[in-house]
Design a protein around this ligand. Structure first.
Ligand SMILES: [Zn+2]
Ligand SMILES: [Zn+2]
Length: 146
């Protein structure tokens, strides 16, 4: 069982490593702003396979595909924990930096490489998408989340 939390531990979560669908670096400008960093590294996991305790507050923006992206954070300490598209709530994007142990995480691909910066370069050893991932990748992730 894997676990994680926000900095103040008001929000905690757990899941089984085997249930992870995929892992991605997202270099989009909204992820940069919300993390205060060059990218967000996100675990894709079905909502049903993730147990969250505590009160997650959400801030909603409109993503590039027109979906409403809801980024969840701790109201007390401000740590970003997870996000999802309002239209596809069964698929959760969990922020890898909040895991208690993330040493096992292997990133599959990069999203929004076109907005990556020199100070936080795209990992050239894995597959990159200039913007959003292609439909096949999206559909595969969604299918596994149902
Ligand atoms: Zn907190
Ligand atoms: Zn992003």
């Amino acid at each position: 069982m894997q676990s994680g939390s926000c900095q103040c531990k008001n929000i905690t979560y757990s899941f089984e490593k085997e249930k992870v669908i995929s892992v991605h670096n997202c270099h989009c400008s909204d992820c940069q702003r919300s993390t205060g960093s060059g990218k967000a590294t996100l675990i894709y996991i079905a909502k049903k396979n993730l147990a969250v305790e505590g009160n997650v507050k959400f801030f909603e923006t409109k993503g590039s595909l027109g979906l409403h992206i809801r980024r969840g954070f701790c109201e007390n300490c401000g740590s970003g924990i997870l996000s999802y598209a309002k239209e596809l709530p069964m698929l959760i994007f969990l922020k890898v930096g909040t895991l208690d142990d993330s040493s096992w995480v292997k990133v599959d691909s990069n999203f929004f490489s076109e907005s990556a910066h020199n100070w936080n370069k795209v990992d050239e050893e894995i597959k990159s998408f200039r913007g959003n991932p292609d439909m096949i990748t999206n559909i595969k992730a969604l299918f596994k989340a149902i």
